[in-house]
Ligand binder design. Structure first.
Ligand code: ATP
Ligand code: MG
Length: 577
């Protein structure tokens, strides 16, 4: 491609409202352009990279026995009503009506669409396994679209679905997809981890997220350096050393005293004010579990794992109570809450059972109690494991201290079971003629998010620095002086020969200063550059440089094509694995 004819609208200024490096760089390098909040045009450079990612995805999924289809993006409400999600999906689902007043939605995911398809074509155990996937635009009316392609409202997703006769068979399909995903992200050149994720009520570790490691990631993951256990923070288990599920009351704790703590609300503020450690203070949180208020107690320096609490309570919907709801049920403002004389059920984490002579809110705004003895001054309905894992906690398998990382979720594999096949009636007949619901798995990759995540991993102060496999072009050819006929003739020849050899070249034929060319070329994320200048050419040489290296190598004009071919091929081979 000749740069002069390409649509690469680079920008000099740094976009002010773009926080993530990948978002800033993609705007500056002319990869993407915003049309409206969370909705972007993929310009030629981004689209070239995305198509390469798609190609890797297709190759690996096809090799694993999956078949590509394309489901309609517009979905009738009926099938969403069958699954129950028309009512439960919430505002991320964009709904609309046609001229006949029929209800539709723009699909945010396709479990309904694909299950409806399976219902009509999978009839017998002989029709399975089936694994169908598509690469398609999704729409989710995200509350907070952010980071450009990282969390868009419209984005490109690969979504796949497997259908099997049993859980055992579905597990096989799941494993195949897990392995295919591992190869896909490896081939994209990403540094990533597959981590256990929450699988809701299916249980086991039948959900894994593929997380690209990046400081800017939204997700926190914990992993064990010894045995390799890795899980999303919200799912991570911890080996608890404390196991007491009743309070042991110490007789010599003085009677509780109410103290005035004006304006001291957070655990740290109260601890500093009362000259105690945060771990001597009980944190009291109020939640609504299916609408019913409950109080949760944690040691001051611990955080709550909402998934563990949901499981303990056996509820469907857990939300933190609003400030006004808290005031109503506890009689005090957030910041002065405690378990003493609470009129709602109290649940305590195991660590609370190790606390004695401690501090908690007095359910009286701006007051706290000192010398609280759990079991004497308050009771709990249950004492259970409720804490969120943190760095340094013991690995549930081997006890080693867990390490924390930040990640970007680029993929998710999930054993669904019969969650959709049952209500939607996707059943099959077994050999004996009995009917059963198909056992499903679903598998997603955020294709456009993969590009954003890759740029988070591959950038420097000069711009984007993508690995050759997913870079928009492989080589930039940069003649220093477009007015010099010898230089241009040499550049034309190299360009023609590289193109003929199947090397993807961006020929920077713009008649601009060398400084401008170098700056733009560094920004774009093309791994190699051939610089053709008058002086070198007189000695029969051109300059060759990798985007990440500071120095140029001089190569004979006659050798450059073979030289570049070898480098590019080596890069492509290296990630094939
Ligand atoms: P998140 O927790 O980031 O919202 P999710 O759990 O909603 O993700 P899935 O429904 O599992 O995501 O979607 C499959 C994949 O699609 C995700 O792993 C992610 O890579 C990608 N994805 C999800 N939402 C977005 C979005 N708004 N923009 C870009 N990619 C997304
Ligand atoms: Mg989401």
């Amino acid at each position: 491609m000749r740069y002069s004819q390409a649509l690469i609208p680079t920008r000099k200024e740094t976009p002010v409202d773009a926080e993530l490096p990948s978002h800033r760089l993609m705007l500056r390098a002319g990869y993407i352009e915003q049309l409206t909040a969370g909705v972007y045009t993929l310009m030629p450079l981004a689209w070239r990279s995305v198509r390469k990612i798609e190609q890797i995805v297709r190759e690996e999924l096809d090799a694993a026995g999956a078949q590509e289809i394309l489901l309609p993006m517009v979905q009738p409400a009926e099938i969403w009503k069958l699954s129950g999600r028309w009512d439960h999906y919430g505002k991320e689902l964009l709904r609309f009506k046609d001229r006949k007043d029929q209800e539709f939605c723009l699909s945010p995911t396709h479990e309904e669409g694909v299950t409806d398809l399976a219902k009509r074509h999978i009839r017998s155990y002989r029709d399975m396994p089936k694994n169908l996937y598509q690469i398609q635009v999704k729409f989710r009316d995200e509350l907070r679209p952010r980071g450009g392609l990282m969390r868009g409202r419209e984005f490109l997703m690969k979504d796949g679905y497997s259908f099997d006769i049993s859980f055992e068979a579905a597990e096989e399909s799941y494993k195949k997809m897990y392995n295919a995903y591992t190869r896909i992200f490896k081939r994209c050149g990403l540094s990533f981890r597959a981590v256990e994720a929450d699988s809701g009520n299916i249980g086991g570790s039948h959900s894994h997220e593929f997380q690209v490691l990046a400081q800017t990631g939204e997700d926190r993951i914990l992993s064990c350096p010894k045995c390799g256990y890795a899980a999303n923070e919200e799912k991570a288990e911890v080996k608890r050393t404390v196991t007491a599920t009743t309070f042991e009351v110490l007789a010599d704790t003085p009677a509780k005293v109410e103290v005035h703590t004006p304006g001291q609300h957070s655990i740290d503020e109260v601890a500093a004010f009362l000259k105690i450690q945060p771990e001597q203070s009980i944190k009291t949180l109020v939640y609504l579990a299916d609408g019913e208020p409950v109080a949760v107690l944690l040691r001051g320096n611990d955080s709550l794992n909402e998934i563990k609490l949901t499981r303990l309570l056996g509820c469907e919907n857990l939300v933190m109570a609003s400030d006004s709801a808290v005031k109503e049920v506890m009689g005090a403002e957030v910041g002065s809450l405690g378990p003493c004389d609470a009129k709602i059920p109290v649940y305590a984490d195991l660590n609370v059972a190790t606390m004695h002579d401690c501090v908690c809110g007095a359910n009286h705004t701006d007051y706290h109690f000192m010398h609280i003895e759990p079991g004497r001054d308050f009771q709990a309905k249950a004492i259970a494991d409720l804490v969120l894992a943190q760095e340094g906690d013991a690995c549930p398998h081997c006890g080693e201290a867990l390490q924390a990382f930040k990640g970007i979720e680029v993929g998710h594999v999930f054993l669904l079971g019969t969650k959709y096949s049952e209500p939607m009636g996707a059943t099959y007949l077994d050999a004996a003629g009995d009917s059963h619901p198909c056992v499903m798995g679903c598998y997603g990759i955020g294709v456009t998010r993969v590009l954003a995540a890759a740029i988070e991993q591959y950038n420097d102060e000069n711009g984007i620095n993508l690995p050759t496999v997913i870079a928009p072009f492989q080589v930039i050819i940069a003649p220093m002086l477009m007015k010099n006929e010898t230089v241009v003739a040499a550049a034309d020849k190299i360009y023609a020969e590289l193109e003929a050899a199947g090397i993807e070249c961006l020929y920077d034929d713009r008649d601009v200063r060398a400084g401008v060319k170098f700056k733009d070329d560094d920004l774009l994320g093309v791994p190699y550059r051939i610089t053709i200048g008058e002086r070198n050419l007189k000695e029969g040489l051109v300059e060759f440089k990798h985007r990440a290296d500071a120095d140029n190598t001089k190569v004979a004009v006659g050798d450059i094509v073979e030289f570049v071919k070898a480098r590019v091929r080596a890069d492509l081979e290296a990630v094939k694995g």
